[in-house]
Design a protein around this ligand. Structure first.
Ligand SMILES: Cc1ncc(COP(=O)(O)O)c(C=O)c1O
Length: 394
C-alpha cells in the first residue's frame, strides 16, 4: 500500500482530540454480552421522537429521489409561528453543532480566538481547533458556573478574541447564569472593540429550565445585536438522530451565515420531522414533566446515597464521584457498563472526578440508580450530601 507519510497535516489537526460520543447501547450489549442495557449518556429524550414527527417521516420516504428544500421553507415557517421570528432571522443547521462550526468558519480565521468558560460544552473547543482557532477559557466560579466578569476580561484583553460561546444551562455541569449576570455581561461585551465580538448563547436545554432567574433568550437577541441564540431538536423534541438545530439572530448575521451554509445541509426527513415535532407541544410538555420528576428522583437518590451533585437545569445531572464514591468518574463509568448502565465520563472536560447522568424514564432511572449504589464503598453509610466538591481535577 502506498504510504501517505508525505502528506502534511496542520499541527492543529494533528493534535486534535476528536469528540467522544456516549457509548451506543448495541456496542455495550455486544462487548459485555448483556441483554439489558440502559443508556443515560447523551442527554437524549427517553420518550423517543414525537409521534407526529414519526408520522411525517412516512410521507417523506416517497420524495427521497428529490433534493431537500434548501431554503427549509416549512420548518422556518413553523418556527416563525412558534417563536415569532422571521425567516431571515433564522438559520437551520445539521444539529446546533453545525451552527457552532459555521459560526467559527464564518467569523474567525486561523490564529483568532474564541472565549468560553472552563467546563463549557466541548464542541466549541473542537470546532475552533478544526479551523486553527484558539480557545481561551475563563476559570469557572467555585460552584462551577461560568464566571461572566472573568470571561469579559478575557475578551477585553485579547484583541483576537472574536466570539464568545456560553451554554445556559451548560452541559455537562447543568449550572447556569442568571438574568442580571447575563444582561450585564452582554452590555459589557457590546462596549468592547465597537461591539464587534459575537456572543453565541447556546440554549440547547432551554425547554427543561425551571429556574425563574435563567433568562429567556428570546428577550436578549433583539436587544443585543451581536448575539445569536442556538437551539436544537435533539433534546426535548427527541430528534437527536435526525440532526436539526437552529440559530436566531439579526438578519445581517443570518445572511452572512447563509453564505457559508452548504445548500443541502438538512435532509428531507429531518426537515419534515422537525416541522411536525414543533406542532406537538403536548409531547414537549410530557417530556418536560417526566424530566422534572426524573431530576427530583435523582436528587433524592443521590442525597440518600451521600453522593454530592450539582443542581441541574438540564436533562442530566453531574455527580461528584470522588467525594460520593471515592472513585474517579471514568472508573465508575466502566464498572457500571458491566452492570448494563451507560453513564458519561467527563474527563475530556478535565473533570476527572465527576460523572454525568442523563435523566431517563422512571424505570431506567431506578435501574441505573441501583447500578450506581453498587459502587458505594462496602458498608458505607448514607451520609448527608454536602455541596459537590470544586476540586474535580485532581
Ligand atoms: C450545550 C449543547 N449545545 C449543543 C449541543 C449539540 O446539539 P445538536 O448538535 O444535537 O443540536 C449539545 C449536545 O449535547 C449541547 O449539550
Amino acid at each position: 500500500m502506498k504510504s501517505h507519510a508525505s502528506i502534511k497535516t496542520p499541527e492543529y489537526i494533528r493534535t486534535l482530540a476528536p469528540y467522544v460520543p456516549g457509548k451506543p447501547i448495541e456496542e455495550t450489549q455486544r462487548e459485555y454480552k448483556l441483554k439489558k442495557v440502559v443508556k443515560l449518556a447523551s442527554n437524549e429524550n427517553p420518550l423517543g421522537p414525537s409521534p407526529k414527527a414519526l408520522a411525517a417521516l412516512k410521507t417523506g420516504i416517497r420524495e427521497l429521489h428529490r433534493y431537500p428544500d434548501a431554503s427549509a421553507f416549512h420548518l422556518k415557517h413553523a418556527l416563525h409561528k412558534h417563536l415569532h421570528v422571521k425567516s431571515h432571522e433564522l438559520i437551520i443547521g445539521n444539529g446546533s453543532n453545525e451552527i457552532i462550526d459555521m459560526l467559527i468558519r464564518t467569523y474567525c480565521v486561523a490564529g483568532d480566538s474564541i472565549v468560553t468558560s472552563e467546563a463549557a460544552f466541548i464542541a466549541y473547543r473542537i470546532c475552533a481547533q478544526i479551523h486553527g482557532v484558539t480557545t481561551l477559557e475563563a476559570p469557572a466560579t467555585h460552584d462551577l458556573r461560568a464566571d461572566l466578569p472573568a470571561l469579559a476580561q478575557v475578551v477585553r484583553k485579547n484583541a483576537r478574541a472574536k466570539m464568545v460561546f456560553l451554554a445556559n444551562p451548560n452541559n455537562p455541569t447543568g449550572t447556569y447564569n442568571t438574568t442580571s449576570e447575563l444582561r450585564s455581561f452582554l452590555k459589557e461585551i457590546s462596549t468592547i472593540r465597537g461591539g464587534s465580538v459575537l456572543v453565541a448563547l447556546d440554549y440547547a436545554y432551554w425547554e427543561y429550565v425551571t429556574a425563574k432567574d435563567l433568562p429567556d433568550p428570546m428577550a436578549l437577541w433583539r436587544e443585543f445585536p451581536n448575539t445569536i441564540v442556538l437551539r436544537t431538536f435533539s433534546k426535548v423534541y427527541g430528534l437527536a438522530g435526525l440532526r436539526v438545530g437552529y440559530g436566531i439572530a439579526h438578519s445581517e448575521i443570518i445572511s452572512t451565515l447563509e453564505k457559508v451554509r452548504q445548500p443541502f445541509n438538512m435532509n428531507t426527513m429531518a426537515l419534515l420531522a422537525a416541522t411536525a415535532a414543533l406542532t406537538d407541544q403536548t409531547f414537549v410538555k410530557k417530556a418536560v414533566q417526566m424530566n422534572n420528576e426524573g431530576r427530583k428522583f435523582w436528587e433524592k437518590a443521590l442525597t440518600e446515597m451521600g453522593i454530592p451533585f450539582w443542581k441541574s437545569q438540564g436533562n442530566f445531572i453531574l455527580i461528584d464521584s470522588s467525594r460520593g464514591l471515592g472513585k474517579r468518574g471514568g472508573d465508575v463509568y466502566l464498572s457500571c457498563l458491566k452492570r448494563g448502565v451507560i453513564f458519561r465520563p467527563v474527563s475530556n472536560y478535565g473533570l476527572m472526578n465527576a460523572l454525568r447522568i442523563s435523566i431517563g424514564t422512571p424505570a431506567e432511572n431506578r435501574f441505573a440508580a441501583k447500578a450506581l449504589a453498587a459502587e458505594l464503598p462496602s458498608g458505607a453509610e448514607a451520609s448527608p450530601s454536602g455541596a459537590a466538591s470544586r476540586k474535580l481535577k485532581q
